[in-house]
Design a protein around this ligand. Structure first.
Ligand SMILES: *Cc1c(COP(=O)(O)O)cnc(C)c1O
Length: 369
């Protein structure tokens, strides 16, 4: 029986993706075993923190790294590191950064909410956000003109939540940052390529441990050695209330080591989603087909088109009925307004596709209440 069920919670079947609100990721057997063993043992925290930094460096190609409790903590800690450096007095007075270089320049279209506000995470680290340009248009000149003697960093937020058109590219920001000798930070929380931005010349790159990595609830920062030492030192300051424990670090190490040889099981995804489609295509009002990810990634989802007349309810009603059941089933719903729902095979545990089929049939048979 699922631990959450034992605790009296409803069972959740996640067919929507890596959603923080549903617990982000389910870790591998080896990572789970590591979390268990680490939580029942002791370790020198500074030593495991440094080792984690070394493993992060190996996986990202950066000089060094710093583990965090998540990417959001990574934003706060990176900001604190570029403001306070390794100066203990400064570290201990953040987020009060009066009189220190504390301005963080962000393009307006990237001033987003990822589940919480980017600007608030920067403020937690003592940063003062300086937004440049307009929501849909930023020129390089806007960035240049915002730089002054109080500029602590330039920050780029790589996210599907951000405005994609009209922003200055990473290359331009790196160029400007280098010209003015200012650190360039990139929040790449959900990105899958752990080497790309370091290779491009970023000083600090922030990732989530629970997204592409499919690791434990955690995050990691990678970048220049001096800056990573400063990041780790923030655990004597604002990092303390967002600390990652021994089990988080041990689990993160194992997840990072596994990432390199983790092959996406494309065949497995395809055969599970094809079977699900076969089962659903017999249902009146539903047309199911397997489609590759819009961004061209190796993800094959089952796309279910709902003909509301035939099915007796529209995609929106079906979605809500599934979410409010027990087990609660969460499908992807980016296109629900045009009658399309989809099943993401990545977070599905063994056999859950059959529960999804069974429940959809049941919901349609019962009809709208
Ligand atoms: C998810 C996300 C975060 C936060 O990551 P956590 O690991 O949940 O703290 C920050 N920035 C962006 C762009 C994100 O997508």
């Amino acid at each position: 029986m699922s631990v959450f069920k034992r605790l009296g919670l409803k069972q959740v079947i996640n067919a929507s993706g890596k959603m923080t609100a549903l617990g982000a990721s389910a870790v591998s057997e080896e990572v789970a075993q590591t979390l268990k063993e680490a939580s029942q043992d002791y370790v020198d925290i500074d030593e495991i923190m440094e080792l984690t930094g070394t493993v992060i460096a190996e996986v990202t190609g950066a000089e060094d790294g710093c583990p965090t409790s998540g990417a959001a903590a990574g934003i706060a800690i990176s900001t604190a590191a570029v403001i306070a450096g390794k100066n203990l007095t400064h570290i201990e007075r953040l987020p009060n950064s009066d009189g220190l270089k504390n301005q963080v320049i962000v393009q307006k279209g990237q001033q987003i909410h990822f589940g919480a506000s980017i600007a608030q995470m920067i403020s937690l680290g003592g940063g003062q956000v300086v937004e440049v340009g307009q929501a849909n248009k930023v020129e390089a000149q806007h960035i240049e003109e915002a730089i002054n003697e109080n500029t602590a960093a330039l920050m780029y937020i790589k996210s599907h939540h951000a405005i994609q058109k009209g922003m200055q590219p990473i290359e331009t920001m790196i160029e400007i940052a280098k010209k003015h000798h200012i650190p360039f930070i990139i929040d790449a929380a959900a990105e899958e390529d752990f080497k790309l931005y370091i290779a491009m010349g970023a000083d600090i790159v922030i990732y989530s441990g629970g997204k592409a990595l499919e690791g434990p609830t955690s995050g990691f920062i990678c970048g220049r050695k001096e800056l990573m030492e400063a990041c780790r030192k923030q655990y004597k300051g604002i990092g303390r209330p967002m600390k990652i424990g021994k089990e988080g670090m041990a689990g993160l190490i194992v997840a990072l080591k596994q990432y390199a040889d983790k092959a996406t099981d494309v065949e497995g995804q395809l055969s599970r989603m094809k079977k699900l489609c076969n089962d659903l295509n017999g249902v009146s009002g539903l047309t199911c087909s397997v489609k590759q990810d819009e961004a061209g990634r190796d993800i094959y989802r089952a796309t279910i088109e709902v003909d509301s007349k035939e099915a007796g309810m529209d995609a929106e009603d079906l979605l809500h009925a599934l979410e409010s059941g027990n087990p609660a089933i969460f499908l992807r719903h980016h296109y629900v307004n045009i009658g399309i729902l989809s099943v993401d095979p990545r977070p599905l545990l063994k056999g859950q596709e059959d529960i999804i089929v069974k429940t959809i049939k049941l919901v349609l048979a019962q009809g709208v209440e």
